[in-house]
Design a protein around this ligand. Sequence first.
Ligand code: GBH
Length: 484
Amino acid sequence: MTRFGLVIIAVAFYGASAEKVFPDSFKFGAAGASYQIEGAWNEDGKGPNIWDTFAHIPGKIKNNSTGDVACDSYHKYKEDVAILKDLGVKLYRFSISWSRIMPDGTPYNINQAGIDYYVNLVHELIDNGIEPVVTLYHWDLPQHLEDLGGWLNPRIADYFGDYARVVYKTLGPYVKYWITINEPSTTCNAGYGQGAHAPGKDLIGDGIYLCAQNNARAHAKAYRIYETEFKQQYGGKVTINVPIAMYYPKTTSSLDAEAAERTFEFNVGLYANAIFKSNWPQVVIDRVANRSKLEGYSFSRLPEFSQEEIEYISGTYDYFALNMYTSNIVEYADEGEISTPTIWLDQGTITSADPSWPKSASSWLNSDPPGIRHVLNKVQEKYNPSEIVITENGWSDTGELDDQKRITYYKEYMSNILDAILEDGINVTGYTLWSLLDNFEWAEGFTQRFGIIQVDFDSPSRTRTYKSSAHWYKRVIQARAIVD
Ligand code: GBH
């Protein structure tokens, strides 16, 4: 009897914790991005970019904050790396400020001080046993290239290719994980769709599709350059990353199921399909063509790819990278009246949040932990990648040190990631949470904080302080399991 009881306890204990360990192939990490953390906006030869311009326009950013100094990581990168090392992370995802190394975006003028900064950062990481995950473009386009039309100009692909080549040449020997472009959907929706992000263009009916097309072209160019000129020598992996929310159909009706799928294709497929499959998603092609016709256009607002381009872009990935934060409920809607064209009318569905989901400080971000497991399965089913890296996942609040809600969010999301790995057999090899530091949250300025490390933006030294979540993450990394 006693012996039987002990066996039960042992099994229960084993089942609850000992079994649920992150596999050796899984690397814990943290992330940040150039404009959000570096500061030094006009130092050492850096040229202006669209976020410098945008943030300096009064009224664009909450409290008129800017990234002029941000976390001052340009000067404090050694302190950042020391924190990463203390946490025990094995991956650090950061982005390169294009205009810091090429002040006007072109290879004519290369700024050695900018190159040195990133070479020093990478060496500091490697010397401390941390692998760099490098994003080439996290939204800070050189202003000169915006003056040429930015992401609406097809030539951007050639400029981006030249930039990528300069970076591959300098950092190629040290970097194994590359991301060409962070979240093209946010660039296009917020930057060229609604204008809330730099460069502040409101072109929601047609500019957004030109932007999507040119992002695909630029990504493919940078991928092909690595593939033909560097891959053999350096053996790194290149991809793009896309934000993916979970889209649940509101009811079990087939109409809502179709609406949820269509919402996925307008938000994710528009940026992923040409790369991970081929061409635009069919439902996007059909709907934009149909509405364009009813609006009196002689062509679709969704531009076509040539057959040559389709082949050039298709298959330009070595792994899948996704940012996952939140979920949405999707409902079918009757076809909207013909009025001013927008991507939202093209998409034609109604999205909302479940009222039971805990709310963060960001309007778009609620906690739905099972969503991340659904998304991982969805990506596996739809694109069938051999490897997935979660390049962002995180929670915003107003900056408190005892950030228990962030811990709860991470605990539950990471537990679902673990289930996706252990029970669904999905090969998630890396996780760089967003973010290491509180930082410049774009149009929200410093009002929404995502860091596991607090930054005091009122102090000239931008003092870093561990939040409860940083202490917790350190213990998770040590245990390679989800701890209390
Ligand atoms: C990421 O985007 C960014 O890569 C990172 O720089 C940023 O700091 C971090 O997340 C936190 O925001 O307003 O409802 O239309 C996050 C994903 C996708 C969130 C687009 C905002 C707009 C949703 N973003 N989304 S909505």
